[in-house]
Unconditional design. Structure first.
Length: 450
C-alpha cells in the first residue's frame, strides 16, 4: 500500500511599496489579499519586503537597497542572518528555494525585468498572479476565451523585455541585411497576438448571442424570476448558492474558486420559479482587462431582477469589500438593479454576544440588510422567504376556468401561479390563483386558445 506524500507548496516572497496616500490599514489589507492570492496559486509566502516611498522606483519598483536585500534573501547569503527571525524563516523553508517574487502592484515590463535580473528570481506582479489564477480555474469555453484575451493583452507590451532577457539570439528571427529582410521575434509575436485576440473576440461574440437566445427562451418559456449573487471573492457566495438551491456547487476557501457562472433553481421551488446565479467574485484592483473580458460572465447580474450582494460580516475591512463591489457593478452598468445586502459568515465573528453586537451595528448602518450564516438552515430559510416575497409583492388574485377538454393546461396553472382554491362542476374546474399580472393574463390567453 503506497502512502500518499503531500507535496509542500512552492516558496515565494512578497515585495510591496507603501505610497504616502495609502493608510497603514489599507496597505495591510492589500498585502493580506496578495498572500491569499499566493496561497490560491500554490505558494507559501516566506517573507514580505516592505518599503515606504514617495513613488515607485522607475528602474526596479523598489529602491536599490531593498532590491539587494531581496537578492541576498533569495540566494540565502550569510549576511541574511542579520534579518530578524531569519532562523525561523529558514526552518519554515526547509531547504526549499524561493521560486518567485510577488509584487503588490502592476509594474512596467522594464521594472519587472530589472527586478528579476537583480534578484535572480522570476517576478510576478499582482495582475499576473490574478491572471494565472483565472487561467487555472476557467472551465467553460467562454471563460477560457475571456481569460486568454486578458492574458494576451497583458503579455503584448512585455514581449520586448522578454526578448532582451533572451539575448541577441531571441531578437531576430530570419533574414539578412537588416530590418526589412525578416521579422523580429517581437514583431511576429505581437502580430500573432493581435490575430489571436481578434479570433477569440469573434468566438465570444458568437457565444454571447447564443447565451442571450438561450436565456430569452428559458425566461419566456417558464416566466422565471432571476436573482444574481454578487460580491467579493471568498465572501461565501458558493456556500450560500448551495444552501439556497440544494445543489452541489464547488465550495473552497480560496480566492476565485469558481469563475464560471452557475445557474440553479431556488429550492424548495416557489411561485414564481426563481433562478439563482453565482457570478465571479470581485477583488480590489481587479485588472481592468479582466473586468472588460468578464463582462459576459457578469451579464447575469445585469439581467437579474434582484442582486444579492454578499459581504463577509467577519472581515474587519468589509466596507472596502462593499466599495469594490459597488465600483465594479457601476462599471458594468448593473448599479441600477435592485439590491439586497446579505452579510454572511456572522458565525465567524465570535461568541453569541459578539455576533449580536455586530448584527445590531450592521442593521443600524444598513437598514433592510440581512445578517446571517449560510451554514444555518433557519437563516437560509428566512432569506428564501424574503426572496420569494420580493417577487410576489405585485401579485394579484384572479379566477381561472379550465374546461375538461383543456385539462392539459392544468400543469401550467400550478407551475406559474399559487393555487389558493380549486373547485369543479360538470363543465370544468375553477381555480382561484395568485400570480403576476402578466403571468395571469398570459394563462388566460392560453386557455382561451385551447
Amino acid at each position: 500500500m503506497q502512502s500518499e506524500v503531500k507535496e509542500k507548496p512552492m516558496c515565494a516572497v512578497v515585495a510591496a511599496v507603501q505610497l504616502p496616500n495609502v493608510s497603514d490599514g489599507e496597505f495591510e489589507s492589500s498585502l493580506a489579499e496578495l498572500r491569499e492570492l499566493a496561497k490560491t496559486l500554490g505558494f507559501e509566502v516566506a517573507h514580505s519586503f516592505i518599503q515606504k516611498r514617495a513613488g515607485f522606483d522607475t528602474t526596479g519598483y523598489l529602491g536599490a537597497g531593498k532590491r539587494d536585500e531581496i537578492r541576498r534573501f533569495v540566494l540565502n547569503e550569510p549576511a541574511m542572518e542579520d534579518f530578524e527571525g531569519f532562523e525561523q524563516v529558514q526552518a519554515a523553508l526547509g531547504g526549499r528555494p524561493i521560486e518567485a517574487i510577488l509584487v503588490d502592484h502592476e509594474i512596467s515590463p522594464t521594472q519587472a525585468r530589472n527586478l528579476e535580473v537583480e534578484a535572480g528570481c522570476p517576478v510576478m506582479d499582482r495582475t499576473m498572479v490574478i491572471l494565472e489564477i483565472f487561467h487555472r480555474n476557467a472551465r467553460s469555453r467562454a471563460a477560457r476565451a475571456q481569460v486568454e484575451i486578458a492574458r494576451l493583452g497583458y503579455m503584448a507590451p512585455r514581449l520586448r523585455e522578454m526578448a532582451k532577457l533572451a539575448g541577441p539570439q531571441g531578437r531576430q528571427r530570419s533574414g539578412v541585411g537588416g530590418r526589412g529582410a525578416g521579422e523580429s521575434h517581437t514583431e511576429l509575436d505581437r502580430r500573432k497576438i493581435r490575430d489571436r485576440i481578434a479570433e477569440l473576440q469573434l468566438e465570444i461574440t458568437a457565444m454571447e448571442l447564443e447565451r442571450k437566445t438561450q436565456r430569452a427562451r428559458r425566461q419566456g418559456r417558464q416566466g422565471l424570476a432571476a436573482v444574481a449573487l454578487v460580491g467579493y471573492t471568498n465572501a461565501g457566495k458558493s456556500t450560500l448558492m448551495r444552501a439556497l438551491t440544494g445543489s452541489e456547487v464547488l465550495v473552497a476557501n480560496k480566492l476565485f474558486a469558481t469563475l464560471d457562472t452557475t445557474v440553479r433553481v431556488l429550492y424548495p421551488e416557489s411561485v414564481p420559479r426563481v433562478l439563482v446565479s453565482d457570478t465571479v467574485g470581485f477583488i480590489k484592483n481587479l485588472p481592468h482587462g479582466l473586468v472588460a473580458s468578464f463582462k459576459s460572465t457578469l451579464d447575469e447580474a445585469l439581467d437579474a431582477a434582484l442582486l444579492l450582494h454578499v459581504i463577509d460580516a467577519s472581515d474587519p475591512g468589509f466596507e472596502r469589500q462593499l466599495q469594490v463591489t459597488d465600483e465594479v457593478l457601476a462599471e458594468i452598468g448593473a448599479d441600477e438593479v435592485p439590491r439586497l445586502r446579505v452579510f454572511n459568515k456572522i458565525d465567524h465573528v465570535g461568541d453569541a454576544t459578539a455576533q449580536a453586537e455586530r448584527e445590531a451595528d450592521l442593521r443600524a448602518l444598513y437598514p433592510g440588510c440581512v445578517v446571517m450564516s449560510a451554514r444555518r438552515p433557519d437563516d437560509v430559510a428566512a432569506l428564501h422567504q424574503l426572496i420569494v416575497a420580493r417577487f410576489q409583492q405585485d401579485f394579484i388574485e384572479a379566477e381561472l376556468f379550465l374546461a375538461w377538454s383543456a385539462q392539459q393546461l392544468r400543469g401550467e396553472v400550478f407551475a406559474n401561479c399559487e393555487v389558493l382554491e380549486e373547485r369543479a362542476d360538470e363543465e370544468g374546474a375553477f381555480f382561484r390563483v395568485r400570480g403576476g399580472r402578466d403571468t395571469v393574463e398570459a394563462l388566460r390567453a392560453q386557455i382561451a386558445r385551447a
